[in-house]
Design a protein around this ligand. Sequence first.
Ligand SMILES: [Zn+2]
Length: 329
Amino acid sequence: MDNDKSFYDINQIVLLCRQCGAPLDAPANATAIKCGYCGVTTIIEHERKEVKPEQAAHSAEVTEEKRLADLKTQDGRVIMPPLPILGMMKAGGLNPEKLSEAESLWKTMRQVLEAGPDEKAEKELFFLVLIIGQYYRIAHDYLRSRAYYETALQLVRNPDHLHDLYCLMSQTAANEGDLESAEKWLAYANPRPTGIHQDSAYRYSKALIATRKGDWSKVLEYLGADIKDIPISNSYDDLCGVFRANAHEKSGKLEQAKDQLEKAALQNIHSLENVARVMEVDKTLDLCSIVKHEVLEKARSKRRKKRWIRLAIAVLVIGAIAAFCIACK
Ligand SMILES: [Zn+2]
């Protein structure tokens, strides 16, 4: 890919060679790519498919109010990867020791799906691409990471999977600063999905682009001004919590920023660490830089206090049970 183009440029197509697995790029309107390493030609089977709202569980027929109410009932739902993929994971991502196993399973699933639709294979390939793509992004091998995502876009048919992949392409393009591609990738996704995970992925993608543009009112429109306004899926809670608080901070509403960041940091036992990590990932975004130290310190102290109270209650309960047992003797 040319040096002046971003790794997620929408005008290019990047696929994994079907023979040797090298990432290959060509203009988006190409019909085939010849591998410069092994000489094998990979045919580009499909044009990019737009995820129409009516494809995803008739969401066009649902009013916005009803859609949000339905999303609320799904809040807290956990998405579990298929068992073979779960065995390759560690700390929410790919276990680096399982990389070759994961890539070999991916190759097998690709061959299965190239032969025809297969729901089980598609689900495995989808979760594999999430963890392998993330692995290469962390390793700064952006071209290979994109090639995994975009090859998956050629193979999957499930509208939710397509939607998630387009959101991911948009987020990675936005993180690279290529906002034009980020917006165009997101235009292929469904703006009104009926699943909470798909809705949160879309909202976060929109909020990320708005953050990069400094459009704080748009960020709050997508994520809600308060943590309770819009249901957000577990996997996006921490990210959205930070971006919401940051939009308040950058609009000059420091008290609201502190309140929202603290609520985000105390949502569950992992939130504090995750929220702190989100603010450190991309320093150029300057996320919550004014309020973060004060809020994190306060949240840590609150959590310590909570632990002590829990311990004190446990001691009292054990003491009461022991006293009861002695009294009954
Ligand atoms: Zn090749």
